[in-house]
Design a protein around this ligand. Sequence first.
Ligand SMILES: [Zn+2]
Length: 303
Amino acid sequence: MLHQIDALHLSTPNVICVAVLQAEDGTLIMIDCGPETVFENVVRQLDQRGLGAKNVRHLLATHIHLDHNGGAWRWQREFGTTVHVHPIGAPHMVDPGKLVSSATRIYGDRMGYLWGEIQPLPRDSVVVTADHAKIQVSGLTLEVIETPGHAQHHNAFWWEPNRILFSGDVAGVAIGKGPIFPPCPPPDVNLELWRASLERIRALNPRQLFLTHFGLRQQPELHLRELEARLTDWAAWMKDRMSEGKSEEEILPEFRRFTENQLVAAGATPVDLVAYEQADPAAMSVTGLCRYWRKHHPDLVFS
Ligand SMILES: [Zn+2]
């Protein structure tokens, strides 16, 4: 019933994993479709598995970051897919102007290469989610669990009968034999909210977590403990560098060494390292964590 589709982003395996649930009548629910650049890959794989891409009637978006749902409009246009998204994210899918301009500031002329096209979703194709609401489709039920921290508008989706939580980015990134990393991109990483969201996840007592980067993971307890410890560690590390008066440009190469050591120590292979950087670029976390400290705790980083 649950299918894991490697979207092969930029032809790289283990970067973006699309979850697809099949109901008894053949209807498909997709959780995070990936950017538009992987649309054809995902369609092809669904068709090859005999699931039929045209059966994707509902897309549950954990958040609107382009690696997760930049291609949502394409699914809607080609197959009439309904898109479920957090109230803060929804306006940006209907009118993606601000989303595109802020992403362009970060990615510049690599926008098209990385994410493809971004177009507006018709307003009537978007369903705004509410915390704890149940999304019911052809006998499948998923519960919306608001989980801010990585992004303010982040939802996880709880598949209670199978005790699987589709966690987008709030439960971190874990690829191959590598460690669990907290992706910390700008603009709204928030440690306090993130920790509270991890508490919410623990309270559900999931059997497995499904990460967009990358796929089903066992032992949620251990997983979340490692994630939270690393988030705290990275944030403290960043605060120390900022307190020394270092700029983001100065911090970045140091952060790369710091995190690469963690990857290698945990057993990540050179191929895994490439996938980690593509799924969770070091530069994003430097900018995101510096912004967190400046915005929420300026007194701690400027003396
Ligand atoms: Zn992501």
